[in-house]
Design a protein around this ligand. Structure first.
Ligand code: ADP
Ligand code: MG
Length: 777
């Protein structure tokens, strides 16, 4: 033991002398100078004092004041100075992997070290940390997984939970677990950091924990709303015909003269778009068309206009554009790159900033461009609080962010761009005033801003809880509803019950809410349980290759494009892929074609010809690889397994696997004389999204459709579907573990009786009886 202590002591002394040497070097002095100017630095002593005195401390401060990069460092440095360096272990969680990576790199640089020495990071599937790492930045998910095997966080001295104001599901979950842990680990320190001032909620949750606020300073920002932007351009905006997201032709204030032609004219340039406009008739629907993201929409044109305006007329300074997601960013980037000003690399440095970019690309966003070059960063809401770009003077805000929302009553989840909150809008605006007075352009009118919610609802209150419930079970945290009742803000009981019920129906939990074998595998796959289920069965039946495509396809934006003026051609192109009464299998065929073309460097051409989005195809390709490596982690496939075999393209088998995943998303097909109608148990009559391959059919030679997503617009629409037979539904719908025949029978029997298919119900009973006898013998 004494020898051990000696080693630790020696190592601590060594750490101290290394730190001192760096702080005295010329580079180190420069770095320290930068850090001293950050608002957080002025509160250093107060912060360290609070942390040493109290087990939980809550810190708030404006974005960019130095919370994430400085506070973990203050703790580390003070431990090193007091020669406890080798004993400390600080974990700082980030909601997103990109911030964990970029921040750790920055902190290592500030300490004059390489990443992976004292400072490291760990995110899913990637990491840089070594034996001597004492400050680890990781995603919240990584810490939750560690808690799975190390309930007491042995050896950890400080846990810092960053960006708690975002109220992500994982963070809220982590706080419950940490709150339980604190009494068991009295010497552990918990520090919560937030970019907004609503610290009281957290303080009272942790029994009145002290709050420290870091006062910040920002320059005034001049705010322009849509009406001002339009005025600035001298044009007005009108409403026009357009095809909405669900393929339904919606008429907003019909323009009687050839609306289609008019639309494409409008789309041809901002000027036209705005000339044709009449702002007096403004309605929320018009606004949807401003923020409807495709390369030809008004929103993109407005952004292009503003960017040109800034480049031509405005003072120097970087521009930050907030968009909803990766797909919008890449299509806007493509569009701008072909523009005569914005695409000129001698004048403009065009960069993207989103969750899934490479780290080399990441570093560029912090660099100052050469003189005369304007930096333009297209970002998701990641640049709202977690990443600070120093030289931003202009902000363009589309007003939306992609978020998962969930309606407990009709049990329908969706990931759609939705309006941000007032707090987010303020954050986005604030990004413009960090170095000098700035300008912010909101692409929505003031009246819409006034209608925004003050705060965004915490994720735990707005998304389905299925994955969370599985996690609670795998961490052995007892009863799901009891555990969730101890959250900062507890979800509705109905939402919890729905989630538990769903997990039972799909066979992840048994009658007594215990994890089944399937459930245990699902906890290893960080994705929606239904997608995980499909992958698992795909692996078991050795038809993983197409199933990987299906699952990846369900996780990205629909790659089948329907341009307004080429609708017929686009539909004809899609029809070549649809032979199986299945949108999912149509995608598999499209992907196969793309993949082959891509090998001959003709991927783009293939997409162009077939009206496919090259971005979505690439995203699918990347996700396929990611999902495959996740499956390897579970041990269900090993590196010697190939993803396909000779019968992996058996469509009957694929239907079965898809059904296994999507159940209980089923709907009954009722044929009448000319066509057919669809009915689900919960909603009654439903319709097909007009893009669906099945919407083109007059007859579907199967009695059922399984679907992933239904969306409520005016009626309820199924976005995607695959036709399945009775026997597939009987054998693969629901829980196919044999122990629970009765429960399954009741469940499925309920469906069958509801849809008045007694003959099928009888077939089912006898089938199950035979199977059970077989298994018993
Ligand atoms: P907070 O967490 O309070 O929002 P940060 O600690 O992230 O603030 O950032 C503090 C300062 O450090 C900011 O001015 C930011 O611009 C700068 N900074 C952060 N990361 C980097 C980086 N990778 N490169 C250069 N500067 C950075
Ligand atoms: Mg931060």
């Amino acid at each position: 033991k004494a020898a051990m202590e000696k080693i630790v002591w020696r190592r601590s002394v060594q750490m101290r002398s290394q730190q001192q040497a760096w702080q005295e070097s010329s580079e180190g002095i420069k770095m320290l100078e930068f850090r001293r100017n950050l608002p957080a630095y002025k509160e250093k002593d107060a912060l360290l004092m609070a942390i040493s005195q109290y087990q939980v401390v809550i810190i708030s401060g404006e974005t960019g004041c130095g919370k994430t990069t400085q506070i973990p460092q203050f703790i580390l440095e003070s431990e090193i100075e007091s020669v406890h360096g080798a004993l400390c272990s600080i974990i700082c969680t980030q909601p997103r992997r990109i911030s964990a990576m970029s921040v750790s790199e920055r902190v290592a640089a500030e300490r004059g070290e390489k990443l992976g020495e004292t400072v490291g990071y760990k995110v899913r599937l990637e990491g840089m940390k070594g034996r001597d790492t004492h400050l680890l930045f990781c995603t919240t998910g990584i810490l939750l997984r560690r808690l799975l095997v190390d309930r007491n966080l042995k050896g950890v001295t400080h846990v810092i939970v960053d960006e708690i104001h975002e109220r992500g599901m994982n963070e809220d979950f982590l706080l419950i677990v940490l709150k339980d842990l604190l009494p068991r680990r009295p010497e552990l320190r918990l520090i919560l950091m937030s970019a907004t001032l609503d610290a009281e909620l957290f303080s009272s949750y942790f029994g009145g924990a002290p709050m420290v606020h870091i006062p910040g300073f920002t320059y005034p920002v001049h705010t322009h709303f849509l009406e001002n932007i339009l005025e600035m351009t001298g044009y007005k905006l009108t409403q026009y015909n357009q095809i909405d997201d669900y393929g339904q032709e919606k008429t907003w204030k019909m323009n009687k003269q050839a609306p289609r032609k008019r639309k494409s004219q409008i789309a041809s340039s901002v000027e036209d778009a705005l000339r044709a406009a009449d702002f007096k008739d403004f309605t929320p629907e018009t606004l949807e068309s401003v923020s409807c993201w495709n390369p030809d929409c008004i929103g993109f044109n407005l952004i292009e206009y503003l960017l040109c305006y800034i480049c031509e007329k405005e003072r120097p300074g970087a521009v930050l554009v907030f968009l909803t997601g990766w797909d919008d960013i890449s299509s806007l980037k493509d569009k701008l790159q072909s523009h005569y000003i914005l695409g000129d690399t001698r004048r403009v440095l065009l960069l993207a900033c989103h969750g899934s970019m490479a780290s080399a690309e990441q570093r560029l966003i912090f660099d100052e461009p050469e003189d005369g070059v304007r930096k333009i960063v297209l970002a998701t809401n990641i640049a709202e609080t977690s990443i600070t770009i120093n030289d931003v003077v202009f902000v363009i805000d589309c007003g939306k962010a992609k978020e998962t929302s969930y309606d407990a009553l009709n049990n329908t989840p969706c990931l759609l761009p939705s309006w941000i909150s007032k707090v987010s809008a303020k954050q986005r605006r604030g990004r413009a005033g960090r170095v000098q007075p700035g300008e912010c352009y909101h692409l929505y009118p003031r009246c819409v801003y006034e209608a925004f919610a003050d705060y965004q609802l915490p994720e735990i209150l707005r998304t389905p809880l299925q994955s969370l419930c599985l996690q609670i079970k795998s961490l052995k945290l007892g009863s799901i509803s009891e555990f969730l009742s101890r959250a900062l803000q507890s979800p509705e009981l109905l939402a919890v019950q729905n989630a538990i019920e769903y997990l039972k129906i799909i066979g992840a939990l048994d009658e007594n809410e215990n994890l089944t074998v399937l459930g245990r595998y699902l906890t290893m796959l960080p994705m929606e349980p239904k997608l995980g289920k499909m992958l698992i069965l795909g692996a078991i039946f050795n038809c993983l290759d197409p199933i990987l495509t299906v699952v990846a396809g369900l996780s990205v934006r629909d790659p089948f494009l329907t341009p307004f003026d080429k609708k017929d051609l686009a539909e004809a192109a899609k029809a070549q892929f649809s032979r199986d009464y299945s949108d999912h299998l149509a995608l598999v065929r499209a992907y196969e074609g793309w993949n082959n073309a891509e090998k001959d460097l003709a991927g783009y051409e293939y997409c162009w010809k077939n009206f496919l989005s090259a971005q979505s195809m690439k995203a699918i390709d990347a996700l396929r690889r990611e999902f495959y490596s996740l499956l390897k982690d579970t041990g269900l496939v090993d590196s010697t397994t190939t993803t396909c075999n000779s019968w992996s393209y058996d469509v009957h088998l694929l239907r079965a696997v898809i059904c296994y995943g999507l159940y209980p998303g089923i709907c009954s097909v009722v044929h009448n004389e000319k066509s057919f109608s669809l009915k689900t148990m919960e909603d009654g009559q439903v319709l097909l999204y007009s893009n669906s391959v099945n919407a083109k059919e007059s007859k579907i030679p199967y009695p059922w459709l399984v679907f992933n997503e239904k969306i409520k617009v005016n009626s309820i629409f199924l976005r995607d579907s695959t036709a399945v037979s009775d026997s597939v539904l009987l054998l693969f719908g629901g829980n196919i573990s044999m122990g629970d025949t009765d429960g399954h029978l009741k469940m499925l029997g309920g469906y069958l009786e509801f849809f008045m298919k007694p003959a099928v119900a009888e077939m089912y009973r006898s089938l199950r009886r035979e199977l059970d006898v077989l298994i018993q013998n």
